[in-house]
Design a protein around this ligand. Structure first.
Ligand code: MN
Length: 262
């Protein structure tokens, strides 16, 4: 059975805009993506590019930077690498019908001696993420007593990237287009990179719900914004801005109301 057989069997590519897995393309190993997916039940799909496909887990509550959280992660079928760039609507009646957002992406480094593939096969993989929202070391470990055999836990290791006040609702928005799930559903145009997701979040601060000091939160936002600009720089051919411009935009966004689309 080829790696993508289950993926292809579940989908009708004349009905869904999802990638068919035939395109191939110049995609690197060692990237990760997290897609927020408003299917029948909202969840986050965590995917690691390993051995030419995206190893995938559905995380109902989404990843956490709080090392006290143990997030259930249900392994799903391998997805094609191109899926990592997919954001849009899966039509009613199709497998996984609902809206998909590219919630985070970046690179990952396996930790430990074995290859990433071996670690997944052995039911425990340790890795370090460098994303726009997720950073630091994590482990995914398969539950030995899982009835269905596909239940894992995703746990943040204690390190400098840990955030005991983590609240995923404070980190919403597409890292690809700046849109919310509603915006993607309504097919609103992508925001330009002059409205980075993290900076936009500052603008929506009235929604802030956790009890932590606002100053500390703003500091974190700034950091993600810089990382966001850095990634945008890598992902957009011809983008000339460096970290300096990124921080200027962040100041603009923090200091004024959200601007309209350009
Ligand atoms: Mn999903």
């Amino acid at each position: 059975m080829t790696k993508l057989e289950e993926y292809k069997r579940k989908r009708r590519f004349d009905r869904t805009p999802e990638p068919s897995g035939e395109e191939g393309g110049p995609l690197r190993e060692n990237f990760f993506v997290v897609q927020k997916h408003a299917a029948r039940r909202l969840h986050y799909d965590f995917r690691l590019a390993i051995n030419g496909t995206l190893k995938s887990w559905a995380v109902p509550k989404g990843p956490s930077l709080n090392s006290a959280d143990k997030r259930l992660a249900v392994q799903t079928e391998d997805h094609p690498l191109e899926y990592g760039g997919f954001e849009g609507k899966i039509p009613e009646g199709s497998y996984g019908a609902g809206t998909v957002m590219v919630w985070d992406r970046g690179t990952f480094q396996p930790e430990g001696r074995d290859s990433a593939l071996k670690q997944v096969e052995h039911g425990e993989i340790k890795f370090h993420l460098s994303g726009e929202k997720l950073n630091g070391s994590f482990v995914l470990v398969k539950l030995k007593h899982s009835e269905k055999g596909n239940e894992w836990l995703m746990i943040k290791h204690k390190d400098a990237a840990e955030d005991p006040r983590w609240d995923i609702e404070q980190h919403d928005g597409s890292v690809l287009t700046g849109r919310t799930l509603q915006g993607i559903k309504e097919e609103s145009p992508p925001h330009t990179r002059s409205q980075p997701v993290a900076a936009g979040r500052i603008g929506r601060s009235p929604q802030k719900r956790h009890a932590g000091a606002p100053g500390a939160d703003a500091h974190d936002s700034r950091r993600w914004c810089l990382l966001g600009s850095e990634l945008a720089f890598r992902n957009q051919v011809g983008w000339r801005a460096g970290l300096g411009l990124g921080s200027q935009r962040q100041v603009d966004a923090a200091g004024s109301a959200r601007r309209g689309h350009h």
